[in-house]
Design a protein around this ligand. Structure first.
Ligand code: FO1
Length: 313
């Protein structure tokens, strides 16, 4: 079964790992949000691409969910001594990724090509592709003004009250070639449990993505990142609440209804199934909590089973 998975950072990467363990590499394309990308110390940093790549390579820091296991922060300490901004904690080994990515981009290669090369070197065989090769920047509108995503998320710890989100550059950004190809060839689209507002929405904002998913021929299955009224990770619940949307899998279903058919909700949310159906999606109740690698594989297996069943219809 050929699968297109859409993912943001930590939560998305977990399901992507489960899928990666079950599918032949040629059958899995993970399209990753690049709206969080930022330049730090003159280097191009792509947090979600790196989180997915490091996770699939078995190198991720499992405590944080991002960065490299066992990394040290000597370079950051030196930068601090020079008076540079160091609120974004880039580890020494992680720094090498950003140096190499920036060098290759400066040679004129596209972000898709660079990502492919980094993946190959780290032994990641599945296709990990950026949503676009053109820059798209998530800008968060808050009660304290508009700011870049990492400023909101890391520097200000999501404290400002959110008023909206926009994706700068999206109108000019094309879906990356690997994304377009997967939209064309995949039999199943899986929305990993990532924040619908700042991980999935930027992916949908690039040219060709939303129409491609609307007319996608196979089953489109989303896994809710909100369980029991709380986000599995990150600020999704706070964002939903501040924007006046229901903080539940039903709120997620309403956001994704135009591009999805099925929503996988957690067993603690079984009572919300009717609300998900009313939002226009078929609810499927599973245990969606992924603490261990076995959990990731099991959930991926069960989501693929839902897809198989739908493909038979
Ligand atoms: N997240 C943090 O909360 N604090 C950090 O200092 C931080 C540094 C960082 C460095 C490299 C990288 O690839 C990711 C990093 N992240 C950090 C995670 C990142 O900000 C978010 O997880 C994503 O952008 C949201 O998906």
């Amino acid at each position: 079964m050929k699968v297109l998975a859409l993912a943001g950072g930590v939560g998305g990467a977990k399901l992507a790992l489960g899928l990666c363990r079950l599918l032949a590499p040629r059958n899995l394309t993970v399209v990753v949000n690049t709206g969080d990308d930022e330049v730090f110390h003159g280097l191009q940093v792509c947090p979600d691409l790196d989180t997915v790549t490091y996770t699939l390579a078995g190198l991720v820091n499992t405590e944080t969910g991002w960065g490299l296991a066992g990394d040290t922060f000597n370079a950051l300490g030196m930068l601090e001594q020079y008076g540079a901004d160091t609120w974004f904690r880039i580890g020494d080994k992680d720094l090498a990724t950003h140096i190499e990515r920036t060098r290759l981009l400066k040679q004129g290669r596209t972000l898709s090509q660079v990502t492919r090369q980094l993946c190959v070197r780290l032994g990641v065989k599945a296709s990990v592709v950026p949503m676009s090769d053109q820059p798209v920047r998530t800008r968060v509108k808050t009660d304290q003004g508009e700011m870049a995503f990492q400023e909101y998320f890391v520097q200000r710890q999501c404290q400002p009250r959110i008023r909206g989100v926009r994706f700068q550059g999206a109108k000019k950004a094309e879906a990356a070639p690997g994304f377009r190809q997967a939209l064309d060839k995949a039999e199943v689209a899986i929305f990993c449990p990532s924040n619908p507002m700042v991980s999935i929405a930027p992916i949908l904002s690039v040219k060709g993505a939303r129409p491609g998913l609307r007319s996608f021929r196979g089953p489109r299955i989303a896994v809710s990142p909100i369980v029991g009224g709380q986000a599995l990770k990150g600020p999704a619940a706070k964002m939903f609440q501040e924007l006046g949307e229901e903080v539940s899998c039903v709120g997620v279903a309403r956001r994704l209804a135009s591009v999805c058919d099925v929503m996988v909700i957690d067993s603690v949310d079984a009572h919300q199934a009717q609300g998900v159906r009313a939002a226009g999606l078929e609810p499927v109740v599973l245990n969606t909590i992924m603490n261990t690698d076995a959990d990731k594989e099991r959930l991926a297996f069960e989501v693929l089973e839902v897809a198989r069943e739908r493909l038979k219809r």
